[in-house]
Write a protein that binds this ligand. Sequence first.
Ligand code: MN
Length: 216
Amino acid sequence: MSFGLSSLPYELTALAPHMSAETLEIHHGRHHKSYVDTLNKLVEGKPEAGQDLETLIVSSEGAIFNNAAQIWNHDFFWKCMKPRGGGRPDGRLAEMMTEAFGSFDRFASEFSEAAVGQFGSGWAWLVLNKGKLAIRKTADADLPLRYDEQALLTIDVWEHAYYIDHRNLRPRYVKTFLGNLVNWDFALENLNRASQADRASRTDRWPQAAGSQLIA
Ligand code: MN
C-alpha cells in the first residue's frame, strides 16, 4: 500500500448532532477510503507509487489526479471541523478577512454563496491568493494547489457530505458548518504556515480549469 487512509482527528460521535456519526462513518470509512483504495490500484507497480501526494496531484490528470486530489481534500476537510466549532476567527485571520471582504458577515455570506452555488459536486474554499484572502469554488476533485494558492479552509459540498443529515438541503448544511463545526484554529495555522512559505519561488503554472472559479 502506497497511500494510506488518515484517521479522523476526532471520534465518530464528536460532531453530533451537527454532523452525525453515520455521516462520518460513511463519508470517511467508505467514500474517503475508496479514493485511497482506488489510487493504490491505479499506481500499483508504477513510479507514481513512490511519489508524495502533492507531487502526484500537480503532475497527474484523469483518474489518478481525481483520486489523489480527493484524498488530499478529505484529509484537509476533516481538520476544518472540530467539536464545538463555529464562531469567528481571531487575530490576523480576522484582520485579513475584514480587509478582503469588509466584515466577517460579508465573508460568511460570500463563502456560503460559493458553497451553495457550486453546481453539482465540488468544494468551496477560503484561500490565500498572492498574499490576499479569497474565496474559490472548485468542481469535483479540483483544488487550490493547482492554482498556486494555499488552502486555508474548505467545505465538501458533494451530496455524500450532507445527504444523510440534511437530505437535499445544502444551504442548511453550509449554515451548520459555519455555525457549529468550522475550526478557525486550523485555518489560522494554515495562514501562518502559508505566510512563511517562499512565495517568490512559485509561479502560476496551472491554467484555470472549467468549473473552477475564483471569487472576490
Ligand atoms: Mn467527500
